[in-house]
Design a protein around this ligand. Structure first.
Ligand code: AMP
Ligand code: ZN
Length: 493
């Protein structure tokens, strides 16, 4: 029996606005698609938060025994400035400014994305498809949407006919918008005169002569609209009807609304059972965003090199900080919040070492089974990580009480307590117990953690020469790495 048989998960579905009991389309299997980054710049901590929310969801579903196919794409074409249908492609613009090939931009920031996610101990998705690798699938989808009468061709570009679609379907059902309101609120932008209506969106755009990212199609040499790639890739790998689609709250409209419209127009059915949206990380009262300069990079957190923070923090402390908020709540990034998270995280790690030395009694005065179920209940209730963390601190209290002798624990319960704590702290929340350096040098600690991550990556790629080199060279300067079952720790001679 898999654990999911005994646990019932409730998921807040953005489509219905309600918490619903989760039921997989195919018993024991889950298909989950999450919109990935547009790789035109370094990911900031806000981006990381959204992906972390889904990393924890992925981890928990896997822990329950589901076979999860987790698809998270890389947007490497078609995403224009201002999320609109006019303007420069974000990647092409960066390539122009830096005088490099667009694919060099893509390569550079995809590598950065992977390095950062590895530093935060993310699990890799099952499939990570790219928009440019699926141009043919996108062209096929456009043909079907045209054949079904929901798109029209003008001057080599193809637009989705939102008004026609809305006659038979409900455009706006995800973001709870009405087409009439959209009509009143849409500004007519320059260059959109090809459209029948300003609410229509591009499926294919004819490339201007200076536009370098272009592909042949039946309509023109051009490029696909941003929303189309996710429809093409999600249904290619998860089927026309799949379980979970996620992304940041800011993608609900227009991106996800348009995904639903494209799917219904092409396949005649709504693609997703549960739409999940993660809330934003804010800083200084505003959304963290590259475009406004109001952001902090993960590397700056590991080194302390940013005026918004007083010192360096390890990836696990930053992870712990973010998971102390529920994924649907806004989270305010503050130095005080990080300092408090560091204290809490260290208290949890200290409790784990005390736990290793605890002596069992003949009987238990504590109900560990009941506590364990409360941990599951927290995650079953729409993946409520802050409530789970509160339960972990209940266990810290028990551990201290057992140590002081005011509570007792049997050997079976001691094993259960240890197992459950390890499961939730390391497997589900994805935290890592990296030994703090006795000298207290956080910068050094952060740097060694990054090197440990790079070595793990090298080993995963079977690049043992590199992984050995990292270990040996650290050893030469007196830093010893030790591989254990909960990851790699290090000590300084
Ligand atoms: P982008 O590369 O801009 O498409 O963004 C990648 C992901 O990060 C999307 O799911 C966004 O919703 C998410 N995101 C962007 N800014 C923030 C933020 N401040 N807080 C949380 N998630 C964000
Ligand atoms: Zn998407």
């Amino acid at each position: 029996m898999q654990p999911y048989h005994s646990q019932s998960i409730k998921i807040y579905n953005s489509l219905t606005g309600e918490k619903e009991t989760f039921k997989a389309i195919n018993e024991g299997h889950i298909g989950m698609y999450v919109c990935g980054p547009t790789v035109y710049s370094n990911v900031h901590l806000g981006n990381v938060r959204t992906f972390m929310s889904f990393d924890v969801i992925f981890r928990y579903l896997k822990h329950l025994g589901y076979k999860v196919r987790y698809v998270r794409n890389i947007t490497d074409a078609g995403h224009l400035e201002n999320d609109a249908d006019v303007g420069e492609d974000r990647i092409a613009k960066k390539a122009r400014l830096e005088e490099i090939e667009p694919m060099e931009v893509v390569q550079r920031y995809t590598v950065d994305f992977h390095n950062i996610l590895n530093a935060f101990n993310f699990l890799p998705p099952s499939i990570e498809p790219t928009a440019t690798g699926h141009i043919i699938e996108q062209i096929e989808l456009i043909k079907t949407i045209i054949d079904n009468g929901f798109a029209y061709v003008v001057n080599g570009s193809v637009y989705f006919d939102v008004h026609k679609f809305n006659q038979t379907n409900d455009y706006g059902k995800l973001s709870k918008r009405k087409l009439e309101d959209l009509i009143h609120n849409t500004r007519e932008l320059d260059g959109q005169s090809d459209k029948k209506n300003p609410q229509d969106f591009a499926l294919w755009k004819r490339a201007e002569p200076q536009h370098i990212m272009r592909w042949p199609s039946p309509w023109s040499d051009g490029f696909p609209g941003w929303h189309l790639e996710c429809t093409a890739m999600s249904t290619k790998y998860l089927g026309e009807h799949f379980d979970i689609h996620g992304g940041g709250m800011d993608l609900k409209f227009p991106h996800h609304e348009c995904e639903i419209a494209q799917n219904e127009a092409a396949k005649g059915q709504t693609p997703v059972n549960y739409w999940m949206h993660a809330n934003m990380l804010i800083m200084n009262g505003k959304k963290m965003a590259k475009s406004t300069g109001n952001y902090i990079l993960p590397g700056e957190i590991f080194t302390g090199n940013n005026s918004n923070i007083s010192k360096a923090f390890s990836p696990s402390v930053a992870r712990f900080f973010m998971l102390q908020a529920h994924y649907r709540s806004i989270l305010d990034f503050t130095n005080d919040g990080l300092l408090a998270a560091e204290k809490g995280f260290n208290r949890l790690m200290d409790a784990l070492s005390i736990l290793d030395g605890l002596k069992a009694s003949n009987t238990s005065s504590l109900d560990i089974n009941n506590w364990k179920q409360k941990c599951y209940d927290a995650m079953n209730d729409d993946f409520n990580s802050p409530i789970l963390i509160a339960q972990l601190f209940e266990a810290v209290k028990y551990i201290n009480q057992i140590k002081e002798g005011s509570e007792s624990i049997s050997i079976e319960d001691l094993v259960l307590l240890k197992q459950t704590l390890h499961t939730f702290i390391f497997d589900v929340l994805g935290l890592e117990n990296v030994t703090e350096i006795a000298s207290g040098s956080d910068k050094l600690s952060g740097t060694v953690e990054v090197l440990i991550k790079l070595r793990q990556e090298a080993r995963a790629n079977k690049d043992f020469a590199l992984s050995d080199k990292i270990r040996d060279e650290l050893s030469e300067i007196g830093i010893q790495l030790k591989d254990g079952k909960d990851g790699t720790t290090f000590s300084i001679n």
